[in-house]
Design a protein. Sequence first.
Length: 136
Amino acid sequence: MKRSSIALAAVLTVAAVPIASAAITDAQFPPRTVRDLIAICAPPENDPRLTGAINYCHGYAEGAVIVELAHNRREGRRLFCLPSPAPDSGSELGQFITWANAEPQRLDEPAVDGMFLYLAEKYPCAATAPARRRHS
């Protein structure tokens, strides 16, 4: 569980991703939409909340994966399967932002749904063949 938590935190961590963004506002905490999550995870370098936002982003991502892993254990179904070793955090965040911006309606999706949709598309789990019924 810890390994996957760290992997998801790496997936949505802040790095030197060249994006133009406005200052973070109180209304974006907690992030309700993908747009809010992107603002928190990639704030402008001069934003006075930079350190807090980055730390929040890490905690949000790790918390989301912990909850998803707990759900997986109960339900036996995974939404996504992160690779090992974890992907490079800087390029992954850039790809998440590109993915979200490619279809603007994604920006207004719930933040955690957007994270999981992106991860499910990028890191789908291997399909398992359904059990065959024996005819007697």
